[in-house]
Design a protein around this ligand. Sequence first.
Ligand SMILES: [Fe+2]
Ligand SMILES: [Fe+2]
Length: 254
Amino acid sequence: METKISEIAEGIYRLSTYVPDIAPPAGFVFNQFLVLGDEPLMFHTGLRKMFALNRDALSRIIPVERLRWIAYGHFEADECGAMNEWLAAAPQAQAAHGQTGCMVSLNDFADRTPRILADGEIVDLGGKRVRFIDTPHTPHGWDAGVLYEETTGTLMCGDLFTQLGDGPALTSGDIVGQAIAGEDLFNYSGLNPGMGATIRRLAALAPRTLALMHGPSFAGDGGAALTALADDYDRRISAALHDNGFAAIKRAAA
Ligand SMILES: [Fe+2]
Ligand SMILES: [Fe+2]
């Protein structure tokens, strides 16, 4: 395996590792994002077993010891499994996540005390500014959140828009159809009534770049893509509610 590096927005680098054995023949990618600044931030740690690969990739951009912040979307191995390896390699680095994530997992899991971020709180990286946004249970995980980098309009949207395959680093093509296919295949989202509203709140940011954890980054009308994704989740949720309601009526009538 190799980790490819691409700059997907000014000063934001995508570190991408393709794993052909997951969901063959298309395969699956795992991406991390490095946001440069006086205090560089990495979004996602990558899997613990990919740490050496990712550390070597990151060190081709900056010395690993310069890393100051480590953030991620939600508590899962690909999002934060290598947290303590990174904390050991970068002595000045601190984990940062939302209140729920710190309370439920990170306060215990991280070898150093994390910074707790309120919903909407901004971390000034010096040259870049990232805002943490709570997205509970969206697409999954009570602790879920995303990061929005304001100077470039880049939304690091984690597992939202998950797709198969090893596409280009950056695309302006359709990502919504691929996301719908990914959801149909994996059923990875915790469908919930607040989901559409949560995603539309991200759409209102009108991001110019969407940095997907599992897929290419998207350059274009991020608001429209997020709104279309929210519409698809609304459709899934109302179909599930309708099916459940219909089954309950049939049970009551039997
Ligand atoms: Fe996930
Ligand atoms: Fe993920």
